[in-house]
Design a protein around this ligand. Structure first.
Ligand SMILES: *[C@@H]1O[C@H](CO)[C@@H](O)[C@H](O)[C@H]1NC(C)=O
Ligand SMILES: *[C@@H]1O[C@H](CO)[C@@H](O)[C@H](O)[C@H]1NC(C)=O
Ligand SMILES: *[C@@H]1O[C@H](CO)[C@@H](O)[C@H](O)[C@H]1NC(C)=O
Ligand SMILES: *[C@@H]1O[C@H](CO)[C@@H](O)[C@H](O)[C@H]1NC(C)=O
Length: 409
């Protein structure tokens, strides 16, 4: 529709011109304001970035400055509801008492062991010689589990995790049936000096040999250790929680075992000779179920039990269910042993345990199965990323930092 002629035409053209001018002004204003807005957004994002960097830096500083925990601006999730976080003020960290001397006297064996071969293929007698040993971890592992051992050394079983708590780990294994495999084990041992290899075929039938060998080795070479932690090589154990919440509770007690306790007369004894868990009739004669023992996937006990366990292995009959043997048959011979059942804090459900660790909630499981490749590392990183106040005070800063930089790339 065009403009009509005459006066009306003039008016029409004016209106049109006014419209154009208004449109221009509007566009100009919008673009000015949006560019202001843009600048504002930029500024705020830069500020945020700065805050983030600041937080990162002060976290780093706080980690370096171990003395000052209050400086740490990154909120930490208290892993487990507990007494230690509600510490009285002023608080004196009693951890030295947790590792006070136990003065255990080793058992001097007379004569040959009835089942254990007299000498070892590999025996690192001096693993415990350099420092005091607060916790000795021993793994019952299969000779060919090279990868698992390598991850364990790098993660929770490392001797470097703490700056003031001494941890040592050994790997107890047997022989391969093929002679040429020994080279691989020898090479691994040359690098780490932490292998105890018995002179028996590494098989299920000989599993209990590893338990006896571990008792023998600790009795002879590491009796100064305060606590013994036995674990299978597919387990993740939260070593921080183990010390802060478990060891702190038993440090003034003698002859203590903490584990998934199987109560007396509840677990059936397998008498069928075809079963791999077969128990001969002369062991627990006439009994259908085991005495109380620990499900062996992870067990913490005081080192004062070792000489007595080793001694009992000389007189008790051999059978291949290693945990029922060591923590049942042999333990039964010792008076006044206290079992703490911590099965609520242990799990074989890898998936749900990992969710618990990487999630934001509290950690309740101190020992978790981690059989799948790569999972143990995930547990470890998650643990290091939510350390409690106590753990941060004792952790080796560079271990925690290394794990952070591994995640951040
Ligand atoms: C702490 O960790 C670093 C690097 O992993 C290591 O070199 C150092 O020996 C560790 N310190 C202690 C006391 O174990
Ligand atoms: C170990 O177990 C194997 C069977 O798996 C058996 O042949 C051997 O005699 C056992 N003992 C030793 C000392 O290797
Ligand atoms: C364990 O249970 C068996 C069978 O009921 C019983 O004879 C034995 O006395 C119990 N042992 C202990 C230490 O309670
Ligand atoms: C063990 O489990 C119980 C029950 O789930 C929980 O209340 C407690 O905090 C846990 N303890 C540790 C050391 O994780």
């Amino acid at each position: 529709m065009g403009c009509p002629k005459g006066k009306i035409l003039k008016l029409c053209e004016n209106v049109f011109a006014t419209f154009v001018v208004l449109a221009c002004v509007f566009t100009l204003l919008t673009s000015i304001s949006s560019s202001k807005l843009y600048k504002r957004t930029r500024a705020s994002s830069a500020r945020k970035h700065g805050v983030l960097n600041e937080a990162k830096n002060s976290f780093r500083m706080a980690m370096e400055n171990k003395q000052d925990n209050n400086m740490n601006p990154v909120p930490t999730t208290p892993s487990i509801p507990n007494v230690v976080e509600n510490r009285p003020d002023p608080y004196i960290d009693p951890f030295h008492q947790w590792f006070s001397e136990r003065n255990v006297v080793k058992y001097s064996a007379q004569g040959k062991h009835p089942v254990l071969p007299e000498t070892e293929v590999i025996n690192n007698k001096d693993v415990c010689n350099t420092d005091p040993v607060d916790i000795l971890i021993y793994f019952q592992t299969r000779w060919d589990h090279f990868q698992r051992r390598s991850v364990l050394r790098e993660t929770w079983a490392s001797s470097k995790t703490f700056k003031d708590i001494h941890i040592r780990a050994i790997f107890v294994l047997g022989r391969s049936t093929a002679k040429e495999d020994q080279v691989k084990i020898n090479n691994e041992n040359l690098l780490y000096h932490d292998i105890i290899q018995g002179d028996f075929i590494d098989s299920i039938a000989n599993l209990t040999m590893k338990s006896i060998l571990a008792m023998k080795w600790i009795n002879e070479n590491c009796i100064q250790a305060k606590y013994i932690l036995k674990a299978d090589d597919d387990m993740f154990v939260n070593i921080f929680a183990t010390i802060e919440y478990l060891i702190s509770q038993i440090h003034d007690k003698k002859k203590v075992v903490m584990c998934h306790a199987k109560e007396n007369d509840t677990s059936p004894i397998e008498r069928d000779t075809r079963s791999k868990w077969y128990v001969p009739a002369h062991v627990f004669p006439g009994r259908k179920r085991f005495p109380r023992f620990c499900s062996g996937y992870a067990t913490l006990f005081t080192a004062d039990l070792v000489p007595q366990l080793y001694k009992a292995s000389f007189s008790k009959p051999y059978f291949s269910v290693d945990d029922a043997y060591l923590f049942g048959l042999l333990m039964e011979t010792i008076k006044d042993v206290t079992f703490f059942d911590i099965q609520d804090n242990m799990t074989l459900n890898q998936k749900s345990a990992l969710e618990e660790y990487v999630g934001n909630g509290a950690i309740e499981h101190v020992a978790c199965n981690a059989w799948e490749d790569g999972v143990l590392e995930k547990f470890w990183r998650a643990t290091l990323s939510k350390l409690t106040k106590w753990s941060k005070t004792h952790a080796n800063v560079s271990v925690v930092q290394k794990s952070r930089s591994d995640i951040m790339g």
